[in-house]
Design a protein around this ligand. Structure first.
Ligand code: GLC
Length: 501
């Protein structure tokens, strides 16, 4: 089975969030199970050592409305994983993968260039194109809109994965010019139209053969208006094709036994080595060095989604306890400032690092006792999985993937792997933290809990086999009804929209 995995970001080349991790670790796991999975992504600025070993496969032009845009397709094998890159310096040589005013144009370009690039991949003719999040969603319907009748394209089935439905690629109607499509036919409720504008993600969901998201609970939640951010009805319509498959993490990238980025390696068998990580972390961050003070940590984007507002509300009461709080991440200015204020107010107890620092993050995962994720919603969440791998016990709000991966500790049966709360409320969160702290004081109970979380299996294995089964089903299914474009018109259309040189 040949799968082209399409994403706007992928570790190790660029990573803005969890998608970057998944776009590396899932294809890697799928390859292990025998599939030919390759990743395609925009070519951002790359280090020299990578540029030297990349191979250029083709140059071609695509049309974005009236603009002719030159792109090239590059190939690289890195750590056993084949990557294709779409190169266009004007759109992609920027420090971040997205967050720019012309993101609509950038990802229209990317989607068109991916489709056109399929002609230059030699023997690799994908059976399935697996697109991720709004940036790549348009590649799915545009495949039919531009290329229907061309067997290379008609034979490709599609899967679309929602990593976060909050970000949908919603733009004004004027973005339509970039697509060069007949407005009457395509600016409709079952395709691009979204209120008075357009939504890239909506059309991707409507057109894909199968839709997945990154946990079972989130798959249920996004069919409700509160979580669906306007796309709940579209998802309800597709509920028979919607599947929740929980993310895993790469146990080689995150491995306390040989991780070179943490202060001291340790294992489930000899967890005492974790203590050294804690003491060194306290020292590094200027906190009181004391192994008995519990460290509560967050490694997170500082956004509404992540429940930073709850923490803000709980801070003064939390600080009455003998705890240390360590937070790292970047995000909304309001939260960055609020946290800086807290750090100043509670010097020596709170440490905030407004940065995205991979090494520090790992040191925090390894050196903390508790990992807090009070998210408003959470498609899957990787932080709680990484924390557990490093023996740090999660406290989470019961939503999406958090609900599926963290189960309340039961002091009577010894079951459970963390602490959870239901309501998005400061009171409930504080109650849960208090409960966790009360067990932290009972060393034997705590050591068992650390042992339990380190024993959790959050590898990709189970989920990769679910994707494999899903792909097999997609390949067996009859093609979904696509738009009727007459053969005669197809050639003109293709030439008009995307010409290769
Ligand atoms: C997004 C979601 C997160 C998920 C990740 C990877 O970042 O917010 O919950 O784990 O994508 O799927």
């Amino acid at each position: 089975m040949k799968i082209l995995f399409v994403a706007a970001e992928a570790y190790p080349f660029i990573k803005a969030g969890g998608l970057g991790d998944v776009a590396y670790s899932l294809p890697k796991a799928l390859r292990k199970s025998g599939m030919d999975v390759r990743v395609i992504m925009p070519r951002y600025k790359l280090p020299k050592k990578i540029k030297r070993i990349m191979k250029k496969l083709a140059s071609y032009k695509i049309y974005i409305g009236w603009k002719t845009v030159y792109c090239s397709l590059w190939y690289l094998e890195w750590n056993g994983l084949p990557y294709y890159f779409i190169d266009n310096p004007e759109y992609f040589y920027r420090p971040n993968p997205y967050g720019y005013n012309d993101d609509d144009e950038r990802f229209v370009c990317f989607s068109k260039a991916v489709l056109e690039g399929l002609k230059y991949m030699g023997d690799f003719k994908p059976d399935i194109m697996h697109c991720n999040d709004w940036h790549t969603a348009l590649a799915i319907p545009l495949k039919d809109a531009y290329y229907q009748g061309n067997s290379l394209y008609d034979d490709i089935k599609t899967v679309f994965t929602i990593h976060n439905i909050l970000y949908q690629g919603v733009y004004g109607k004027d973005t339509l010019w970039m697509l060069g499509l007949d407005e009457k036919k395509y600016y409709t409720e079952n395709k691009l139209k979204y209120y008075d504008g357009i939504s890239f993600m909506k059309w991707g969901i409507a057109a894909a053969d199968k839709v997945t998201t990154v946990s079972k609970s989130y798959a249920e939640e996004i069919q409700q208006s509160w979580f669906g951010y306007g796309l709940h009805s579209v998802l309800r319509e597709r509920k028979n094709d919607l599947h929740g498959i929980v993310n895993g993490i790469d146990y080689e990238v995150f491995n306390p036994e040989n991780d070179k980025e943490i202060f001291n390696n340790f294992s489930r068998e000899i967890p005492s080595g974790k203590k050294i990580n804690k003491l060194k972390l306290q020292e590094k961050l200027g906190l009181e060095v004391n192994e008995n003070i519990p460290i509560i940590a967050m490694v997170t984007r500082l956004t509404d989604q992540k429940g930073i507002g709850l923490l803000e509300g709980a801070m003064h009461r939390l600080m009455k306890r003998e705890v240390q709080l360590v937070i790292t991440g970047t995000g909304q200015e309001h939260y960055e400032n609020a946290l800086r204020y807290m750090e100043n107010r509670y010097k020596g107890k709170v440490k905030v690092v407004i940065e995205f620092d991979q090494i520090l993050s790992k040191q925090i995962y390894a050196g903390s006792d508790l990992f807090l994720m009070p998210s408003k919603f959470e498609p899957c969440g990787l932080g709680q999985l990484i924390a557990m791998r490093y023996g740090t016990v999660p406290i989470v709000r019961k939503t999406g993937g958090l609900k599926d991966t963290v189960k309340e500790y039961n002091e009577y049966t010894g079951q459970g792997n963390g602490f959870t709360f239901n309501n998005y409320s400061t009171e409930d969160m504080l109650f849960s933290i208090e409960r966790a702290l009360s067990f932290y004081e009972k060393k034997e109970v705590w050591n068992n809990l650390v042992n339990t979380v380190m024993n959790e299996d959050n590898t990709w294995e189970k989920s990769a086999s679910k994707y494999k089964k899903l792909y097999e089903r997609v390949l067996l299914a009859k093609p979904r009804k696509v738009h009727n474009v007459k053969k005669k018109n197809r050639k003109n259309k293709e030439q008009l929209l995307i010409a290769s040189c």
